[in-house]
Design a binder for this molecule. Structure first.
Ligand SMILES: *Cc1c(COP(=O)(O)O)cnc(C)c1O
Length: 382
């Protein structure tokens, strides 16, 4: 068992799993718990106050990705958005084919949804990636068949930070009249996203990955894309997602989008500087599995540290929080499917840890990590 008394605030380098909420987001949310608590679907003033703020949040979200506000569906997070996007789309469009193309390094929300659909008779192609985690556009084009109806590719990978060629994928899917769903959960607030330029038909993300609240996310659905709802009930979200609106979380998500739209450049510069600092600090002890080049978002890295048993390090070091593998694997230390995809012949070593930054990360936190690794390996005593 991990000793929770060792939890150290201010030493957190696992921002790809989740982030600290921005205090400005909390301030925006507060009035909607006890004061403006009305059901946004009610016609009275309490309801309409909530409804007005939800519409405002919808505009804040849409502005961040260059969508229009009636193309935003609020969900409980990216996982739900991905489930709705994938299952809802194939259910509505199976008359046009039953083939889906995705990538072996996608998030489990995508892979598990696709595996489920395979049991229902759909056919799925899982594209391979090269040693740096990139898909090959030619192989992607070759995988397209007459019955292909949907392509699902993430923007930024949550373990290695690789950025996929989204614009080219969008161009090709658009030409071939195939729908394109992009999981942008790690990209929001980190790369500039424009669903129109990139010809993205559906896009998912969660508030908590960019300093917003947990339990709220979005499926952007371009006008004209047909989906079958996966949660039935009331008529909220044009019947696409039933259930009483969670006004505080929606308001918080809108605020997080507004903040990052205005502060993107500062945040990006900060994270890039930290990454360069980290690379220099870790040199000689470990190395980035995927180099920090232009196809890589700087704030998310998996580092290989020879001699470091990553599971023991992550569980027992009280100084700084990092991850081995992604957060969804609940204490079961298995090999990451992402790292495996980069080199299928390599023996699993358990020497990798994931480091990820956000706007609040400091150089001191990085110093703590490097010294924690050094003392774990007894390098400081040499
Ligand atoms: C975190 C994450 C998800 C899932 O988000 P939830 O908030 O857990 O629903 C999906 N895709 C990627 C790339 C992620 O990093």
């Amino acid at each position: 068992m991990i000793n929770l008394n060792k939890l150290q605030f201010g030493n957190y380098l696992d921002c790809a799993a989740t982030t600290r909420m921005d205090p400005r987001v909390l301030e925006a949310m507060k009035p909607f718990f006890c004061d403006y608590f009305g059901n946004a679907s009610s016609n009275h003033a309490f309801g309409q106050k909530a409804n007005q703020q939800i519409q405002y949040a919808r505009e804040q979200v849409a502005a961040l990705i260059n969508a229009s506000s009636d193309e935003i569906i609020f969900t409980s997070g990216s996982t739900e958005a991905i489930n709705l996007g994938i299952k809802g789309f194939v259910e509505s469009n199976s008359q046009n084919g039953n083939h889906i193309i995705t990538v072996s390094t996608e998030h489990k929300a995508v892979l598990a949804s696709c595996e489920y659909l395979e049991t229902k008779g759909y056919e799925v192609t899982y594209l391979d990636v090269d040693k740096n985690g990139q898909i090959d556009i030619k192989s992607f084009e070759n995988a397209i068949k007459d019955n292909t109806i949907l392509v699902v590719v993430m923007y930024v990978n949550n373990e290695i930070g690789v950025i996929q060629p989204i614009n080219e994928i969008g161009r090709i899917t658009h030409e071939r009249e195939i729908a394109f769903l992009c999981d942008a959960t790690q990209a929001i607030g980190k790369v500039e996203i424009n669903v129109e330029d990139d010809r993205i038909d559906m896009l998912s993300f969660s508030g908590h990955k960019f300093n917003g609240p947990k339990g709220i996310g979005v499926l952007y659905k371009k006008k004209g894309v047909e989906l079958t709802p996966q949660i039935h009930g009331g008529t909220q979200e044009n019947g696409m997602r039933a259930g009483t609106y969670n006004t505080p979380l929606i308001v918080g998500l809108g605020k997080a989008c507004e903040i990052i739209l205005h502060e993107y450049n500062t945040v990006h510069k900060h994270i890039t500087e930290l990454t360069n600092y980290f690379e220099a600090s870790i040199a000689g002890i470990g190395k980035l599995i995927v180099p920090n080049t232009k196809n890589h978002f700087p704030g998310i890295m998996t580092v290989e540290v020879p001699g470091l048993p990553s599971d023991i390090f992550v569980a027992n070091n009280g100084m700084v929080t990092v991850a081995n593998g992604s957060a969804c694997q609940d204490e079961i230390i298995t090999e990451s499917h992402v790292i495996r995809s980069l080199d299928k012949d390599k023996k699993w070593t358990n020497n990798t840890i994931r480091i990820s930054f956000d706007r609040f990360t400091t150089k001191e936190e990085i110093d703590h990590l490097v010294s924690a690794i050094s003392s774990f390996l007894h390098l400081d005593k040499v």
